[in-house]
Design a protein around this ligand. Structure first.
Ligand code: UDP
Ligand code: MG
Length: 312
């Protein structure tokens, strides 16, 4: 199979028929064999019945139905795991992404990339509580991760099969897919795509997600830079704290022993001791992290590298 479309669906009843229609119109001239994988993420608005009847009409539509709402990231992960195509496309189920962009994404992918990420140049969402927070998030993500894009939040993306299957998605990490793919060594490029205002149904997100982005950034940065060497991060903080605390207490000790200075009313003593104690804890935390990293990789027989090809 050439192509799998992966579409998370949560209460999009009125969008599903027109979406399927537009997908088929966009792909009919390409001669690709394809499947459309829709993940019903615990919809309560009758989306499930509509998907069932659409599936009955066209077996190219596969439906994965979650038992409850697990979130967009989980839906994408389920779709990627299920997909059979050589190329996997993710897009939103609310008609904000345009299926007509799919052939262009695939063409770009075939220029030798592993991931083509959509860039909603003319984003059709409210400025104040959607585009502005998202701009801040984009700026933060590109500052922190090594993959520099304009628009991380666009679901419309094209993946080479192996990359999509290798991605480990947790929580609300779908916004960090380019960064996670970058860690795997994927060649990533951005392509301007169309974006339409939401006509039917409502958006599932509020302002809170910008806050989550900040916390997720710590996770992504840690995983990409220190997951296999946590003691370098914690150990460095720990060593610094122990050395500083050691110097302070040494200084105070000399003052006490040789000059008879009273230490009872010296707040600096408290700081020195605190630094030593937290420093030791940081170092040991790093060691525990090292053990966890080994358990993580060895229990799943998951190597710390990913070979692209072997020439023998
Ligand atoms: N979605 C989902 N599960 C959720 C929230 C959203 O599957 O818990 C789907 C939703 O149906 C849509 C896509 O994810 O297809 C993007 O959601 P939405 O349009 O609300 O996000 P926005 O475009 O406002 O960023
Ligand atoms: Mg949307």
């Amino acid at each position: 199979m050439d192509l799998s479309l992966v579409i998370p669906v949560y209460n999009e009843a009125d969008n599903l028929r027109p979406l399927c229609q537009r997908i088929h119109e966009a792909l009919v001239s390409t001669n690709w064999t394809y499947e459309v994988v829709m993940i019903d993420d615990g919809s309560t608005d009758g989306s499930a019945q509509i998907l069932a009847s659409l599936h009955a009409d066209d077996p190219r539509l596969k439906v994965l139905r979650f038992r409850r709402n697990f979130g967009q990231t989980a839906a994408l992960a389920a779709g990627f795991a299920y997909a059979h195509g050589e190329v996997i496309i993710s897009l939103d189920g609310d008609l904000q992404n345009d299926p007509l962009d799919i052939p262009r994404l695939v063409a770009k992918l075939n220029e030798g990339y592993d991931l083509v990420s959509g860039w909603r140049i003319n984003r059709q969402d409210p400025l104040l509580w959607r585009r502005l927070p998202s701009q801040i998030a984009n700026w933060l993500i590109s500052l922190t991760t090594q993959v520099k894009l304009h628009d991380y939040g666009c679901t419309l993306k094209a993946f080479r099969r192996d990359i999509a299957k290798e991605l480990k998605l947790y929580g609300e990490m779908h916004r960090f897919i380019p960064a996670l793919a970058g860690d795997l060594g994927a060649r990533i490029v951005e392509l301007p795509v169309a974006h339409h205002p939401r006509q039917r149904g409502r958006s599932k997100y509020g302002l809170m997600r910008t806050l989550w982005v900040i916390l997720d950034l710590f996770t992504v940065k840690f995983l990409s830079s220190y997951a296999t060497r946590p003691s370098h991060l914690f150990g460095l903080c720990g060593l610094f704290a122990v050395l500083l605390g050691g110097a302070i207490t040494l200084l105070l000790g000399i003052q006490k022993v040789f000059f008879g200075v009273r230490l009872a009313d010296r707040p600096l003593l408290l700081l020195g001791v605190l630094l030593i104690v937290t420093g030791v804890q940081f170092v040991t935390l790093g060691l525990i992290g090292e053990m966890l990293a080994r358990t993580y990789h060895e229990s799943q027989e998951k190597p710390t590298y990913w070979i692209k090809e072997v020439l023998e």
